[in-house]
Write a protein that binds this ligand. Structure first.
Ligand code: NAD
Length: 316
């Protein structure tokens, strides 16, 4: 199998490339990435064909998709706050980028296209757990771009018979997720703060909950979907229905780092949802052998990665 990963130099893409490189059926991995948030270091030591550039570049995609069996479309500006600051940039990268990926896939003869959507599409719908058939209610331009991604996949399936599978990722975390950029996610930011002896910043009172999903589990599901050619134009939640509050997350980080952290509270951020928990019935039916990684194990692995790869060690 020849597989293209757009956004393959990013956090999830780099982890996925590493897992796919171990699969005997995968003969070639190609990565399309403009390195806007990603880093080639995430692909260090792997034998991949790298196509540096934007997913809005049709000619580049046509080159990368030639002869491909599958495309895992992860390239995006993956941040709610960033989309509030520059909605058009998010729209271009995430929505127009997806349309270009689908057009190029169509020209390439219809490889299997798996794409990353997000739990943010549930937005203001308060119902828990989040079942895929719930009404979507985006609270940010980012969420709109992800809903658009799903809608385009569905349209290309129904109009052109393209084999597709949209996944709604929840809060993915683990090795390779960095803290050193302005839109970093909460887990790497807090691990980095704990190891540096700095306080963590909590937006709100910390009772908000998230369905944190370990990146190794996400890659396991994506790999199974690729190898078994799982196709469905309806979105599938990629999370297991676990709920961890931000306050409990701090306790997990303190336990894994051996550092007690100070806490600073700030106002809630626009676009952030109070609670997020997946209904995982559809995921479990499609991938019955996949089991989630308990959060304390996943956090311990992420802390280990920070210590070794990023070089942040606990201050004395
Ligand atoms: P990331 O920022 O680490 O990876 C995104 C990659 O895409 C980067 O390597 C970046 O350089 C590349 N990229 C961005 N815009 C591009 C463009 N226009 N053309 C080519 N490459 C481009 O983010 P991630 O956490 O690995 O996220 C991967 C995907 O999963 C994204 O689509 C994101 O929206 C989605 N997602 C992630 C999470 C999460 O918790 N990490 C949750 C929900 C959805």
């Amino acid at each position: 199998m020849q597989i293209v990963i757009t956004g393959g130099a990013g956090f999830i893409g780099g982890n996925l490339a590493r897992v796919l490189a171990e699969q005997p059926h995968v003969t070639r991995i190609r990565v399309v990435d403009n390195l806007s948030t990603g880093d080639k270091a995430n692909l260090g030591g792997l034998d991949v064909d790298f196509f540096e550039g934007d997913v809005q570049d049709a000619a580049l995609l046509d080159q990368a998709f030639r002869g491909a069996d599958a495309v895992v479309h992860l390239a995006a500006l993956p941040s709610v706050p960033r989309s509030l600051q520059d909605p058009l940039a998010s729209h271009h990268a995430n929505a127009t980028g997806t349309l270009q990926v689908l057009e190029s896939a169509r020209r390439a003869g219809g490889p299997h296209v798996i794409a990353a959507s997000s739990s943010s599409v549930y937005g203001a719908n308060p119902h828990l757990p989040k079942h895929e058939d719930l009404a979507t209610a985006p609270m940010s331009p980012y969420a709109v771009t992800k809903l658009t991604t799903e809608a385009y996949l569905s349209a290309y399936h129904h109009s052109f018979g393209l084999p597709v599978l949209p996944f709604r990722f929840f809060n993915v975390y683990g090795p390779g997720q960095r803290a050193d950029h302005p839109y970093a996610a909460v887990i790497p930011k807090w691990i980095s703060a704990a190891l540096s002896g700095e306080p963590v910043t909590i937006h709100g009172d910390g009772t908000q909950t998230r369905d944190f999903t370990y990146v190794g589990t996400v890659c396991h599901v994506l790999t199974a979907a690729l190898l078994h050619r799982v196709m469905d134009p309806r979105p599938v939640n990629l999370a297991f229905g676990t709920r961890t509050s931000l306050l409990d997350l701090i306790t997990e980080i303190e336990s894994a780092t051996g550092q007690l952290t100070g806490r600073e509270h700030k106002a809630l951020r626009t676009g952030d949802v109070p609670h997020s928990q997946a209904d995982s019935a559809r995921l479990r039916a499609l991938f019955p052998t996949v089991t989630p990684q308990p959060i304390h194990e996943g956090i311990a692995t992420a802390v280990g990665w920070f210590r070794s790869a990023v070089g942040v060690t606990a201050s004395s």
